[in-house]
Design a protein around this ligand. Structure first.
Ligand code: ZN
Length: 239
């Protein structure tokens, strides 16, 4: 059986590329920007809900006053029809009717003042709602643009990743699956580097020089023999 570690060194190079691409994908600034926009949009929607609730109370009160006014107007119409029907010539009764009508008209005027006050309170809320709608439209536009830019960046990284994955598949062809599993486990455990070259008697990953005895021993091992760094435990490829 041949020593798979030379081949796994190439696999590791590709795995590092894939890892870097995944990292780049996760760190795309558009992701942060989108989540910031979503946060702002959700706060803005909460502001809209609060402003609409505030307006609803005022509008409801306004309608109640309008209903009151309508009732009083009906009453006035009724009193006036009595007054002008000519059915009574009792001066006292006619005076009482006139007084009552005058009193009802004063009530209407009070109601109208109250209604006007409510309308004045609604005005700034409407202005706020319009401003919020404008802000929301701006944020929505930016979110759409950012989503598009993000999708383009993801597609570009995805294409590079697919290429690296295809190359990895080729690179792993024929490798003993058991060695591949051990490579993957070691890589996970040791921060992405499972295999290194033995360079000038030192481990290419942790750079610690092998003892003369160990170095000598390794040099005399058959090629297919597996060698690991005494210090970091990574697989070593002899040059
Ligand atoms: Zn080492």
């Amino acid at each position: 059986m041949t020593n798979p570690w030379e081949q796994l060194l190439e696999v590791q190079t590709l795995d590092s590329i894939i890892q870097k691409l995944d990292h780049r994908d996760a760190q795309l600034p558009e992701r942060g920007r989108l989540s910031e926009l979503e946060g702002r949009l959700s706060r803005l929607r909460a502001d809209v809900v609060a402003a609409e609730a505030e307006k609803h109370v005022l509008v409801k009160e306004q309608r109640r006053i309008e209903d009151e006014i309508a009732l009083v107007e009906d009453k006035i119409a009724h009193e006036e029809s009595q007054l002008y029907s000519g059915g009574s010539s009792d001066a006292g009764l006619l005076q009482a009717l006139q007084d009552e009508i005058a009193g009802l008209k004063r009530r209407i005027s009070t109601f109208e003042d109250e209604e006007l006050e409510l309308m004045e309170q609604v005005e700034p809320i409407d202005a706020r709602l319009a401003a919020l709608a404008e802000d929301q439209a701006g944020l929505d536009r930016e979110a759409i643009e950012t989503t598009t830019t993000l999708a383009e960046a993801e597609a570009s990284i995805g294409a590079e990743r697919d290429q690296a994955l295809a190359a990895r598949e080729q690179a792993t062809a024929g490798i003993d699956p058991e060695a591949l599993t051990r490579y993957e486990q070691t890589r996970d455990r040791l921060g992405g580097t499972a295999v290194a070259r033995l360079v000038a008697g030192a481990c290419g990953a942790c750079h610690i020089k092998l003892s003369a005895v160990e170095h000598d021993r390794i040099q005399h091992l058959p090629d297919e023999e597996e060698v690991r760094c005494e210090d970091c435990g990574r697989f070593l490829v002899r040059v």
